[in-house]
Design a protein around this ligand. Structure first.
Ligand SMILES: C[S@@+](CC[C@H](N)C(=O)[O-])C[C@H]1O[C@@H](n2cnc3c(N)ncnc32)[C@H](O)[C@@H]1O
Length: 215
């Protein structure tokens, strides 16, 4: 059976965590996502694992262009330049799923993206983002940025004399973004916790949640 994954925010990244479906671990820094994926896919397939397809979504066109140019597995890995909160994105992803005879992705990775959604779209945007992801997912893996990263991002903007994030002062989900995200996943998305990993070297944890089984 074909397994599908989506990675939202595709900038280069090394992940040392294991997930249920994808095992990207023990990799050296400064590799980029496509090479990590290539190694991972080849390893998975050589062990007679199911077919795996992955789509990476990011709103940065340059990033997507680079990722496409260096894509080692265009038959399995696709990159799309989309704003995840846009209607186009939902349509595109549903079309992608239909082509593969699926209604949802087996797993959706959201590494280091929740803060940007939260800062740029506020509490409502964060809720909408997680709802949309969960609608499309059997399982979600989120790496929330801690509150100190919000403060650093705001400070960087102010130092660059670019003002501040207009919605920052209006946020109610403050101080402990991870707690708020877990609450949204349970309360609004009706997902259940599988596990929460220990902090990585940056003190970040992965929240792993899944859709409840329909009875
Ligand atoms: C901090 S980077 C993290 C990227 C990657 N997941 C990682 O862990 O290295 C955040 C990424 O999210 C992307 N991004 C922010 N808002 C987005 C949105 N609404 N839709 C799609 N991508 C978005 C940015 O362009 C950026 O590449």
């Amino acid at each position: 059976m074909r397994q599908l994954g989506i990675m939202i925010g595709t900038r280069l990244r090394v992940c040392k965590h294991r997930s249920h479906l994808f095992c990207l671990h023990n990799l050296e820094p400064d590799l980029d996502l496509t090479y990590i994926l290539q190694d991972f896919l080849e390893e998975a397939m050589s062990q007679d694992q199911p077919e795996i397809s992955l789509i990476g979504v990011d709103l940065d066109p340059i990033l997507i262009e680079k990722a496409r140019e260096r894509n080692p597995r265009p038959d399995r890995v696709t990159f799309e330049c989309l704003d995840f909160l846009s209607e186009d994105c939902g349509e595109m992803l549903r079309w992608y799923l239909t082509q593969l005879n699926k209604t949802r992705f087996d797993v959706v990775f959201c590494f280091s993206i929740t803060m940007w959604i939260h800062l740029n779209h506020g509490d409502d945007g964060l809720e909408e983002f997680l709802r949309k992801v969960c609608e499309l997912a059997e399982m979600i893996i989120v790496e929330p940025q801690p509150w100190r990263c919000y403060k650093n991002a705001s400070r960087r903007l102010r130092r660059a004399k670019l003002g501040d994030f207009p919605l920052l002062k209006e946020l109610k989900y403050t101080r402990n973004p991870m707690k708020h995200i877990e609450d949204i996943l349970r309360r609004l998305c009706d997902f259940q916790r599988v596990t929460v990993t220990a902090g990585n070297e940056w003190g970040r944890m992965l929240l792993i949640y899944e859709r409840k089984q329909e009875s």
